[in-house]
Structures are given as C-alpha cells and as structure tokens.
Design a protein around this ligand. Structure first.
Ligand code: PEP
Ligand code: MN
Length: 362
C-alpha cells in the first residue's frame, strides 16, 4: 500500500537534515526538564523529546511522571521555542497531551507491535494535524511497522516519520537492540518519501557505541537522530547507561562526518563505476558457483535417495561449518557473516535434496 504523506517540510517541522531530536528518556522533574531543554536549545536542537508515560519491561521500575509532567513540556515549548514530543501508548495519553499543546507524538516499540493498540491510537488521532513518529516494533517484522504507518495514514495522519530503534535479540550481542539495518533500508525502498530517523540510544544501550551507530546511520543516508540526553545521566531514573549530557552530545555530533549522497563530479563517478563493474563481475562468478554447487546438491539428493540415507549428516555439517570458519579468519571475513552464509547455503541445499527425495515417481 502507498502511504499518502504530506511533504514533511522537515526544515519547518523538524529542522534541517540531519534532523536532531534530543531530550531525556523521561521527564523527571521540572528542573531536569528545563535545564536539559535550555542546554539542548543552545546546541541548536529544534525538537525536544521526553517520555511522560514510560513502558517498562518489568514492573517496579520508574514508570514516568504521567500527566504531571505535561505542563513542564509546555513550559519548554513556550520558553525555549523548541517543539516538544512525547510517547503515547493509549488514547487517554493523546487527550491529555492535547490539553498541553504537545507538538509531536511518538509510538513506542512495544506499542507498534500490537495492531489493536495502534488502531486505538489511530482512531483517537482522527482529524489531528500532529506529526506522528512510529518506532519499529520490538521484533524484526517490517510488516508490523508498515501496518502501523498504514493504520495512522488511513486515519488521516499525513505527517509520518519512522524511527529505527533496533530489534530484540535473545543471545549475546553487543547492542541492547540489534540494528538490522536491512529492515529500515527496506522500509526506505518501499516508502522513499517517508523520513526515517535513527534512535542510537535504544540500539546501543550504552554510551560507548553511540558514535559508531550514529555515523553508520549518516553513512546510510538516514534523515537524522532521535537521541536521549540528560543533564546528569548517572542520576537518570530510566535508561541511565545510554544517555549523554548535552555537552557530550555536542561533542559527538561534532565528530560525525557528513558525506554526500549524490555524486556531482565525473572523476568520482567513473572511479565508482569502475569498482561497481568489478563487483558485478564477481557477483556473476558467485552466482555461477552457487548454481554449480546446487547442481551437485541435487545429484547428492538422488544418490541419498537411491541408497536410502538421510539428507542431514550431522558429522559432515559440523566439519563444513568448522573448516569454513577457520578459513573466514584467514580471509578477513567475519565469522558471523561466514556462519550465516553457509547456513543459508546449507538450508537451500537441504531444500533441494528434500524435494528430490520426496518426489513422487511415476
Ligand atoms: C524511549 O524512547 O524512551 C522508549 C521507551 O523507546 P522504545 O519504544 O524504542 O523502547
Ligand atoms: Mn529510553
């Protein structure tokens, strides 16, 4: 489905690209909200974020100040001139927020995941001109993300923005939520007019990785950052490890390299074309090798069928994966990549053999 998007005049609503939206994870007190706001305003931030109702994974954690914090955000808006954004998860949050002139709503990852919740929010937003930011769902399902955008769009919301905050992963990972960049890139491919911001704070979960993830977002030409900043991160009531002081944010932003998405120089273009040609030739070779490999898998399928042996041979598979991983190291390829690649090849090979072994013979 094609979304009907109002040409989001980013410069007017969100500031120039790269757009920087910053503010604390949670609004904790009037003083914390105002001090953080003034310091971010001095950095040139045009939109201030702060959570008022906090969705917490486990009960017992700080769940936000609720409606009590809304006047503080209105004060930020009135005194600093910044626009203010909060998370809404229930229709009631929207009605409350509107009483205090909140400019922008965002829908959190734990809400995007549930079509009932999203539909309730969309119904409550009918007739509003408010921009709405939609975070990706916690699980890597692009259709839930698209579905949420569509539900809001069908309710007449035209100022939509996606926020990429990474995806849950069970197992060891250096991120709090793995970025899986291919998902926001696919969203960009399907909806080229939709602005996509990166939330490095919830991807990283710690300060040490924010710079590299933000740089990656810029290098992939996403539209800007949605980032947490707190005047005193160590005292923050939520997400303390990932928040930056406004001064540290300034330094990080200053270190980011902004590269050009377009090529306007013939010399650069021909250099790039030359490299792309080499890549195309190698991809042709890779495809030819894969074709040959799968032909042998099919032969193997016939052989195993004739001799009545199972497709999966555990010992052989363990040897393959172990030897390819050793080679990965020698060839400067990451183990993670080679592991995924050979698992995919192995799966395709199993599918081919399975088809052959279970073919009906006439
Ligand atoms: C947040 O932005 O503070 C938040 C709770 O984010 P998410 O929905 O991405 O977890
Ligand atoms: Mn947070």
């Amino acid at each position: 489905m094609k979304l009907e998007l109002e040409e989001l005049e980013c410069a007017k609503v969100l500031g120039q690209k790269p757009i920087i939206i910053a503010g604390p994870c949670s609004a904790e007190s009037e003083q914390q909200v105002m001090e953080t706001a003034w310091q971010l305003k001095d950095l040139g931030v045009g939109v201030y974020r702060a959570g008022v109702w906090k969705p917490r994974t486990r009960p017992g954690s700080f769940e936000g100040m609720g409606s009590k914090a809304l006047p503080w955000l209105r004060k930020v808006k009135r005194e600093t001139g910044m626009k203010v954004a909060i998370e809404v998860a229930q229709p009631n949050h929207i009605f409350e927020a509107l009483k205090f002139d909140i400019d922008i709503f965002w829908i959190g990852a734990r809400t995007t995941v549930n079509p009932f919740f999203v539909q309730d929010l969309a119904n409550a937003m009918k007739g509003l001109d408010t921009p709405v930011f939609v975070k990706n769902p916690i699980n890597p399902d692009i259709n839930l993300w698209l579905g949420a955008l569509e539900r809001l769009n069908q309710a007449g919301i035209r100022k939509l923005v996606a926020v990429h905050r990474g995806f849950s992963y069970f197992g060891p990972t250096k991120y709090r939520n793995v970025p899986q960049w291919q998902i926001p890139l696919e969203l960009r491919r399907q909806l080229p007019a939709l602005p996509i911001l990166t939330d490095p704070s919830h991807i990283c979960g710690c300060r040490g990785l924010l710079q590299e993830i933000s740089q990656e977002a810029f290098d992939l030409n996403f539209d800007g950052l949605f980032i947490e900043s707190h005047i005193s991160p160590d005292d923050a009531l939520s997400d303390k490890d990932q928040q930056l002081t406004p001064a540290a944010l300034k330094q990080m932003l200053g270190n980011l390299i902004i590269r050009r998405p377009e090529i306007d120089d013939n010399r650069i273009q021909s250099g790039l074309d030359h490299l792309r040609k080499q890549i195309d030739l190698l991809d042709d070779e890779l495809m030819a090798v894969l074709e040959k490999r799968m032909k042998i898998s099919k032969e193997m399928g016939h052989f195993k069928k004739k001799n009545k042996i199972t497709i999966f041979q555990r010992k052989r598979w363990s040897e393959i994966i172990a030897s390819r991983l050793v080679e990965a190291n020698e060839k400067d390829l990451s183990k993670e990549f080679v592991d995924k690649l050979f698992r995919a090849i192995h799966q395709e090979s199993i599918n081919k053999q399975n088809r052959i072994m279970n073919e009906k013979e006439d």
